[in-house]
Structures are given as C-alpha cells and as structure tokens.
Design a protein around this ligand. Structure first.
Ligand SMILES: C[S@@+](CC[C@H](N)C(=O)[O-])C[C@H]1O[C@@H](n2cnc3c(N)ncnc32)[C@H](O)[C@@H]1O
Length: 207
C-alpha cells in the first residue's frame, strides 16, 4: 500500500498541528466532567492525536482508532508513549470497509476528508453516523476554504496539493461539508474556533 507507506512517515510529524485543537475540543465537550464511559471513534487516526487528547482529559474515555494496518504501528507507538495503550483499541483497514463498531459517543475525522474526496467522504460520513449512539457527535478537522474558494491561501494551496497527489482529493468549504453531514442524517452543525489551521466542524446524530 503506497499510501500507507507515505503516511507511516508523515503522521507522527503532524501530531503538533492538531494536538492544541484536540485539547481545546476536549475542553469544549467538557470531557473532564464526564461521569459515564465515553467511547471515541478516531477515524484515520494516524498518530492518534485526537484520541490521545480526549483520553488525557478523562479516564472514562476509551478510543477505537481506525487506520490502514501498517500505519497503526505509529498509533501504537505514540499512544504507548503517552501511557494510553490500554485505553486504545486499534482496528486496521480501509475506511469504507473497516469495522467501526457501534455505540460511540464521539467520532473524530482529523484531516481525512481532503484526501478521500467528495464521493468517498459522503460514504464515510454515513458509516460514521451508523456507528454513533443517538446524540453522538461528529467532529471534522480540515483545512477549509471560503465559500467560492477565494481564500484563505493555505486551504487553496492545499487543494492544489491534493489535485496533484490524489485521485479526487480537494478542500471543501464549510457549507459543502454541512450539506454532506445533513444528507448523512446529522443535525445542528456548528464551527468551533480554535488553535488549529481552521475551525472544527461539529454536528450531532439526533437523540
Ligand atoms: C493526514 S493523516 C491525519 C492523521 C490524524 N487524524 C491527524 O489529524 O493528524 C490521514 C490519515 O488517514 C489515513 N488514511 C488515509 N486514507 C485512508 C483510507 N482509505 N483508509 C484508512 N486510512 C486512511 C492515513 O494512513 C493517515 O494516517
């Protein structure tokens, strides 16, 4: 798997890009005040950064991390370094085939929709919807251009990167991703400003 080889080298390097935003997300979701168990589905986990920050916020959090099997070596190493190995379950496979399990409270999709492209992203959102509990939350981290794609520069440059290096990758404005979320059944989408490259997009599965 050529992609898996590429990401094996890359995902640990980009841990610092998302750790501050993932920590802010844990605060926003008030994870540290939770009493019952919280099950996190970390989609395209890579280093495991999203699950790591949520798991650090409370001992009630357990994480199911999904990525291509060879990349899970990195997830295993990084979560081990944080002393969180026993809180993580690692599941290998392509995102449209891997077993996501059921009954998750939160699903994180960190920097994956841009390489999946529109058609696969829509299927992925439906699979995530099925795996969440009623009232569960989906969280999308992306580099997001304005509606009309006139800026900002970084998401536009990133879209060129995707055009050159992937079959159907792109960057997508919030209103496009919101309409996909709506089509998959999610409600009440909103953005959360934070310390990442773009705000996070969050929505709910109806209760
Ligand atoms: C840009 S990295 C993001 C990692 C992490 N979520 C983050 O935000 O830093 C994308 C991850 O998705 C994984 N990935 C990409 N396409 C995939 C696919 N079709 N099936 C499974 N994993 C995939 C890669 O191996 C990589 O770990």
């Amino acid at each position: 798997l050529e992609g898996a080889e590429f990401f094996h080298e890359f995902v640990e390097d980009i841990f610092p890009m998302s750790y501050p935003a993932a920590t802010a997300l844990a605060g926003h979701l008030q994870i540290s005040q939770s009493t019952g168990p919280i099950s996190v589905l970390d989609i395209a986990a890579g280093s495991g950064v999203w699950g790591v920050a949520l798991a650090q916020a409370s001992a009630t959090v357990s994480v199911r991390a999904v990525d291509w099997a060879p990349v899970l070596d990195v997830t295993r190493r990084v979560t081990g370094r944080f002393g969180l190995s026993d809180r993580f379950e690692l599941v290998g496979g392509d995102l449209l085939e891997a077993d996501f399990g059921l009954g998750h409270t939160i699903a994180t999709l960190g920097h994956i929709l841009h390489s999946e492209g529109e058609a696969r992203s829509k299927k992925l959102l439906s699979r995530v919807y099925e795996s969440l509990s009623p009232g569960g939350k989906i969280v999308i981290a992306e580099m997001v251009p304005d509606t009309g794609r006139s800026g900002p520069t970084f998401p536009l440059l990133f879209a060129v990167n995707m055009l050159v290096n992937t079959d159907s990758g792109d960057t997508f404005p919030f209103d496009e991703m919101k309409s996909w979320l709506h089509d998959a059944g999610f409600v009440n989408p909103y953005t959360l400003e934070g310390p990442g490259p773009s705000p996070l997009l969050i929505a709910n599965k109806p209760v």
